[in-house]
Ligand binder design. Structure first.
Ligand code: AMP
Length: 227
């Protein structure tokens, strides 16, 4: 059975951190459209050049671009046993595209909606730091590195992502509210398996344990939307 997990939630809800922790539990790849797009920008290739300006403003990249990126990534051998999607789908068009792709292969996904209080989201996003080499995320308040400003894993100096600056954060949250949040209704209306988890107050490790139990416990059978 293909273990298809969609981590859904606002920017700053902890999807990336959870996806990383979940790899220990699920042994399937973490597929983040944001990371893939940033990789293209780092490489300076044609796609990277095309999306860089859009990403810098906090707006969404065009649906066809991300649909294609994800579809290609899902075709790779390591994704055949399953995958954890992080940051995709983000629009109705993307959700329809993904659901069509999954349905045509008989794969039943589990959407996990991480619900986090708005004020916590803003604090998290403004305090976020990332290792430019390995991508590990920290937060100066809730998840600081052992040595200030330095990655625990490889000693690189941590950076603030361009799109974690305040004006861009506002735009990203606005995009989420207008384009992505309505997908919760889409998932419900279309009978997709959706679980909502309150992710405001737990440590990343405790939340990961809960998310992992949820996935394993609900690997089969229909799941009504629940909170
Ligand atoms: P993330 O790292 O998921 O917060 O994504 C960073 C940025 O990449 C977003 O603000 C968008 O500009 C772009 N992006 C990532 N995923 C998508 C997506 N599914 N659809 C459109 N744009 C995306």
């Amino acid at each position: 059975m293909t273990q298809a997990v969609v981590l859904f939630g606002s920017p700053g809800s902890g999807k990336g951190t959870q996806a990383n922790l979940l790899r220990n539990c699920l042994k399937v790849p973490h597929i983040s459209t944001g990371d893939m797009l940033r990789e293209h920008i780092r490489e300076g290739n044609a796609l990277g050049v095309r999306v860089a300006a859009t990403m810098q403003t906090g707006a969404l990249v065009r649906d066809e671009v991300v649909d294609q990126l994800v579809e290609r990534r899902l075709a790779e051998p390591d994704a055949q046993a399953g995958f954890i999607l992080d940051g995709y789908p983000r629009t109705r068009e993307q959700a329809e595209h993904l659901c069509g792709w999954l349905d045509s292969r008989g794969i039943r996904e589990l959407v996990i909606h991480l619900i986090v209080d708005y004020n916590i989201i803003v604090t998290r996003l403004t305090g976020r730091r990332q290792c430019p080499r390995c991508g590990t995320l920290y937060n100066i308040v809730s998840n600081p590195p052992r040595v200030e400003g330095v990655c625990d894993l490889d000693g690189q100096a941590l950076v603030i992502r361009d799109d974690d600056r305040e004006s861009v954060i506002r735009q990203r949250l606005a995009e989420y509210e207008s384009q992505s949040r309505p997908l919760i209704e889409f998932f419900r209306e279309h009978g997709r398996r959706l679980v909502e988890i309150d992710a405001s107050d737990q440590t990343p490790e405790a939340l990961s344990t809960q998310v992992c139990r949820t996935i394993v416990g609900q690997a089969s059978g229909p799941v009504p939307a629940q909170r």
